[in-house]
Ligand binder design. Structure first.
Ligand SMILES: [Zn+2]
Length: 376
């Protein structure tokens, strides 16, 4: 197996190719045309939003997708208290998320004068996750295919938000992806919906959105809400550590970024190892490695996920793969697996407590899969 000499991605990583010199297409920036096009569109929408006056069709200028995480709390505060926008803060209650996000949302409600709504749809989001985990994967795969369950969950609730904004004639949807995520996210509302139809087919899409998604496909362009990525304007200045410090100073943030996490994380790793032979965060690890290779003095991450510089990521990934697949198959001794996982997460920079917490989730993987109707 060849790996990229710059970022260490495998040659069979979905959507990536290695050239004769052993450098991958991401490192060669073969995608640069697409990426620049995406950036210029999102920049245009961002500029239009910044210049726009009050929405003539209703009481809100934008629907702000509010997760309670550090990025969206930081921007929600700015939108309301600095830019003076009339904001509907929309939270989709993802049934797989830890309760730490809920604590931050309660904090924000007290300090930020916006209208807060919480939406949920446990049955349908679980239907989508069951479908994505249980169906076979198509090889050789496309870019981000190893993250398909995660991407599908996010797309599901972005579409819920699109439908909400569409129904209530809210012209903009703010979505706080970090600068690296923006590059890989569809920013055109209609395309987001069309992509879901392409991935899951008309039958499932119409079932989980009660036929409403179809209206977006055929609506007039000016009736469709447009997606704004607030972080596009600060793409090189994005600094997660500064954001957390700023929020803590304002009393808007309690937990550390590691604590807000998804209970599906073990299953997401199972999925990426079983189908694509890599850990879930492989692309994040590769992009950090790429940045370090380009700038030896690189000391600050522009991404939400960072890894300790000294961590031996290929070795960690190999060990994680064995323990994840063993647990999924019901092999091995849980006590040893717990020990191995705690060790691995600490090497990845987690505190002892956080590592034990995450390891516990991995050991419960089979139970969680059974509850959700996912076959391992
Ligand atoms: Zn590479």
């Amino acid at each position: 197996m060849r790996v990229c000499s710059v970022c260490a991605l495998n040659e069979d990583h979905p959507g990536v190719t290695l050239d004769a010199d052993g450098v991958c297409s991401l490192c060669r920036l073969n995608l640069v045309g697409d990426l620049l096009e995406n950036f210029s569109y999102t920049q245009q929408v961002h500029d239009a939003f910044t210049r726009s006056g009050p929405n003539p069709d209703g009481p809100y200028d934008c629907l702000f997708m509010y997760s309670g995480g550090k990025d969206s709390t930081y921007m929600l505060d700015k939108f309301v208290n600095e830019y003076g926008k009339r904001v509907l803060a929309y939270t989709f209650d993802v049934p797989f998320e830890s309760t730490h996000a809920a604590d931050n949302i309660a904090l924000a409600r007290k300090k930020i004068p916006a209208t807060f709504v919480v939406d949920s749809d446990d049955d349908n989001i679980k239907t989508v996750m069951r479908e994505v985990f249980n169906r076979p994967v198509a090889k050789p795969g496309k870019y981000l295919d190893e993250k398909l369950p995660c991407v599908s969950c996010r797309t599901f609730f972005v579409i819920r938000a699109i439908l909400y904004a569409f129904r209530h004639r809210i012209p903009y949807i703010a979505l706080c992806a970090d600068p690296q995520q923006i590059l890989t996210m569809e920013s055109d509302t209609r395309e987001v919906v069309r992509g879901f139809y392409r991935t899951f087919g008309a039958k499932l899409t119409d079932t989980v959105f009660q036929g409403e998604a179809e209206q977006v496909l055929f609506a007039e362009e000016e009736r469709l809400p447009r997606i704004v990525f607030p972080f596009v304007a600060m793409r090189y200045a994005y600094d997660p550590d500064r954001i957390v410090a700023d929020l803590k100073a304002k009393g808007l943030y309690d937990s550390s970024p590691l604590e807000t996490h998804c209970t599906l994380f073990p299953l997401l790793n199972y999925y990426s190892f079983a189908h694509w032979n890599c850990m879930f965060y492989k692309l994040n690890a590769a992009s950090q490695r790429r940045a370090v290779q380009r700038n030896k003095h690189y000391d600050r991450s522009t991404f939400s996920i960072t890894f300790p510089r000294a961590a031996d990521l290929p070795a960690i990934e190999e060990r994680m793969k064995h323990v994840v697949l063993d647990i999924a198959e019901g092999r091995g001794e849980p006590e040893k697996q717990q020990h191995e996982l705690v060790d691995l997460f600490q090497e990845l920079g987690a505190t002892a407590d956080a590592a034990r917490f995450v390891a516990g989730g991995f050991l419960g993987m089979r139970t969680l899969a059974a509850e959700l109707g996912i076959a391992l």
